[in-house]
Design a protein around this ligand. Structure first.
Ligand code: CUA
Length: 327
């Protein structure tokens, strides 16, 4: 068994390292702040590894090769240099390096005017509001954040009831969303691609089911997307729209360009554009949407949305078809 230990340890380490890539890894950075944090992690890991190796070497030396007792003077010198001077120097260097990294994580007001995105942690989803640079009206969406590559973006973070924490591991963060307080987090995404953000503070039953997608796009593609998001819904009326209004969906959801103007639940104006439903939990396809309408509390326990299991199948089909047209 003891002989197999190194192999087991190596296999475990490889498996762990294999998890260090992907859309939700802080060790596969796609932005300026996350790169700084990843560098700090590797510096600390390598440094800690070297110190650990050194300490183990001293332990081995003392235990196996040098079993005589040191003189009082040698012991005192060892404690002074190894126990006081060395840790003070290492920790001071580490502190200086950490402080040197910090200015890159500053509010946007110090970095000039840029894009601002308000994000509010809800139960259990993310309300996202883009504040255009030209001072136009805010553009609301949910659980789907798109960012321009190479541009500093300021996130304005709040919560109406309990504490959540906003974290996009490959881009940076995390930062708490605290009721009655506004926190600001500035991030600069560099590498276009798809990432995943999560809630990093226990906030209730479905805390672990509170994620969001982050798509980093080239500047012109982002501008086109934001301009499209500012438009009202393109879907025509029809039976699905009637079912939506007749069952009170409009009391909680907004579909811009229609009578639906509820503000309790996510804005659905461009729902069909979003890659996922229920805050990053299920794919955005007709089957998942029908399930979310019929049994939201099963998909995501303890959410505000009531179940619509009493709707007849043709009504659900019409509703799903209508929502699927909201581009
Ligand atoms: Cu929101 Cu945990």
């Amino acid at each position: 068994m003891t002989r197999a230990l190194p192999y087991i340890a190596c296999t475990g380490l490889l498996l762990l390292l294999a998890a260090c890539t992907g859309e939700q890894s802080a060790l596969a950075p796609g932005g300026v702040e996350a790169t700084a944090v990843a560098h700090l992690f590797w510096v600390m890991l390598v440094g800690a590894g070297m110190i650990w190796t050194g300490v183990m070497a001293v332990v081995l030396y003392a235990g196996r090769f040098k079993r005589t007792i040191h003189s009082h003077e040698t012991g005192g010198r060892l404690i002074l240099w190894g126990g006081a001077v060395f840790p003070v120097v290492v920790l001071t260097l580490l502190l200086a390096y950490g402080l040197w990294l910090m200015p890159s994580i500053r509010p946007i007001a110090e970095a000039g005017d840029g894009l601002r995105v308000e994000v509010s942690g809800e139960r259990f989803w993310w309300r996202v509001r883009y504040l255009p640079k030209d001072g136009g009206a805010p553009i609301e969406t949910a659980n789907d954040i798109r960012l321009p590559a190479g541009e500093r973006v300021e996130f304005v973070l709040t919560s109406p009831d309990v504490i959540h924490s906003f974290w996009i591991p490959p881009l940076g963060g995390k930062m708490d969303m605290i009721p009655g307080r506004t926190n600001r987090l500035t991030l600069e995404a560099e590498r276009p691609g798809s990432y995943r953000g999560v809630c990093a503070e226990f906030c209730g039953t479905s805390h672990a089911l509170m994620a969001f997608t982050v798509d980093v796009m080239e500047g012109p593609a982002f501008d086109t997307w934001l301009a499209a998001q500012a438009q009202p819904a393109q879907a025509a009326g029809g039976p699905g729209h009637d079912v939506f209004l007749a069952n009170g969906c409009a009391s909680c959801h907004t579909i811009r360009g229609t009578e639906a103007n509820g503000v309790i639940g996510p804005d659905l104006t461009h729902l069909a554009d979003r890659p996922t439903l229920a805050a990053g939990i299920i794919p955005n396809d007709p089957g998942s949407l029908a399930r979310l309408i019929r049994e939201p509390g099963v998909v995501k326990p303890d959410i505000h949305m009531p179940a619509y299991g009493m709707l007849a199948d043709p009504d659900v089909d019409a509703l799903v078809a209508y929502l699927g047209e909201l581009r």
